[in-house]
Design a protein around this ligand. Structure first.
Ligand SMILES: Cc1cc2nc3c(=O)[nH]c(=O)nc-3n(C[C@H](O)[C@H](O)[C@H](O)COP(=O)(O)O)c2cc1C
Length: 410
């Protein structure tokens, strides 16, 4: 944090997205733990009033590259002058984070190219603090090859993205591009300031998503896991400064900015990657929904439709969690997940008896619960507590924070 201040300072860039009005709620949430100074683009000012943002943040809103700048008087020796004020430099210097929320497609393009043609884009080139982006736009814009390329460039540069989400858009369409919930953005920013560095040097391996077991070249056996819980856990470990590796089955989500993302399809591939990475792991979180069975011999050609039914011979997949627990060294911690449709506590307790991990996280699935849902509720078995700890219904990011909080001292 910049010296002399009790609270971190977030420089919030608001650009010309229809979601710009949501910056007001975001500022309210951010101000609970940080100072917020707003930089508003010209297009942004057409979509949310500067006055409202000033009221919300409690400070004047910065809008112009030239307003307030004092040119260096000609003939000044060495080109410097005590009265010279260059706003974008002053603003960028004073920030502990630049958060652009919402970030328009235009802004992503400017940042990817390194353009500096207004106050916000110029100060982004100068700022050395973390830059985070929460984009919001129509699905067609988000999926446009130019935007996809710009997002890839920025990700490769290590810029974290918060959202966008899938859902209802202001234009009436439904799809990816929706501004992440202000409460989710505020949670991630708060975790960054509160926890960053806490897990520095720790190596965390997270598995996420479903697996797919081939029946033939076109059909698979899989499950409804979306990967959201695993991705939220990877993000929460990242927020603590850990070095995170994510082994993920096929999902539709963009991964957080972790050190390594390893994509797998089958349970056997998941096993191979987990066992390879495990010896260099301090904490393994097995949130993936790994198939218990695979087809004994997948057909090389598409199975033709025939009269009558079709029987598939299934064989057991290896139990990765059990295998990992057998190889676990004393310094390592392992978190397992149990997905149950019924008798949650009883079944999960039995699983924990057979596989004594450091935390066993049980969740009820089926009927639209847990899988592919942004919310979940958990029952956590831990050796530190005689009874399982109930984590009430909440967003998966918040639950991920709570779970990692239970491991903070590991
Ligand atoms: C009503 C309205 C809503 C808009 N919403 C979005 C949006 O959600 N996302 C986006 O990328 N652009 C949106 N645009 C287009 C941008 O405002 C436009 O590309 C602008 O040049 C962005 O400038 P800025 O990046 O400097 O803020 C919208 C435009 C209008 C008129």
């Amino acid at each position: 944090m910049t010296s002399g201040r009790l609270k971190p300072r977030v420089l919030l860039g608001v650009s010309g997205s229809v979601a710009a009005y949501k910056a007001v709620e975001l500022i309210r949430l951010l101000r609970k733990f940080c100072e917020v100074r707003v930089v508003l683009t010209r297009a942004g000012s057409r979509l949310v009033s500067e006055k409202v943002l000033r009221e919300a943040s409690g400070f004047p809103v910065w809008t112009s590259l030239f307003k307030g700048s004092t040119p260096i008087p000609p003939g000044t020796p060495g080109g410097s002058h005590p009265l010279a004020v260059v706003p974008h430099i002053e603003f960028a210097k004073s920030a502990d984070m630049v958060l652009i929320a919402p970030a328009s497609a235009d802004l992503l393009a400017k940042l990817a190219l390194g353009l500096a043609n207004d106050l916000l884009s110029t100060l982004c080139l100068y700022a050395t603090c973390p830059l985070w982006l929460a984009p919001a736009m129509n699905t067609k814009m988000w999926n446009h090859p130019a935007v996809v390329q710009n997002v890839r460039t920025l990700r490769q540069r290590g810029v974290p993205f918060l959202g966008p989400e899938n859902g209802h858009l202001a234009c009436g369409e439904v799809g990816e591009g929706r501004f992440a919930e202000p409460s989710e953005i505020a949670l991630q920013v708060e975790s960054h300031f509160r926890l960053f560095g806490k897990w520095k040097g720790r190596r965390v391996l997270v598995t996420a998503g479903p697996t797919q077991e081939s029946i033939d070249p076109v059909r698979v056996l899989t499950n409804h896991s979306s990967g959201k819980m695993g991705f939220a856990l990877a993000q929460a470990a990242l927020n603590r400064g850990a070095e995170v590796t994510l082994v993920t089955g096929p999902v539709k989500l963009a991964p957080p900015n972790v050190a390594r993302v390893i994509g797998v399809k089958t349970a056997l591939e998941m096993r191979r990657e987990v066992l390879k990475a495990f010896p260099k792991t301090d904490l393994l979180i097995m949130a993936a929904a790994v198939a218990d069975y695979r087809v004994r011999r997948a057909s090389r050609t598409k199975i033709k439709k025939a009269r009558g039914g079709l029987s598939l011979r299934l064989v057991r997949n290896p139990d990765i969690l059990a295998e990992v627990l057998r190889r676990k060294k004393p310094f390592q911690r392992v978190v397992g997940f149990a997905a149950e449709t019924d008798h949650l506590e009883k079944n999960a307790r039995e699983k924990w008896g057979r596989k004594p991990c450091d935390l066993l996280v049980a969740n009820r699935v089926g009927g639209g619960r847990a899988f592919d849902n942004d919310q979940n509720e958990l029952l956590v078995f831990s050796p530190n507590s005689p009874r399982p700890v109930r984590l009430a219904k909440d967003s998966k990011s918040r639950l991920a924070e709570k779970l990692l909080g239970m491991l903070d001292e590991f």
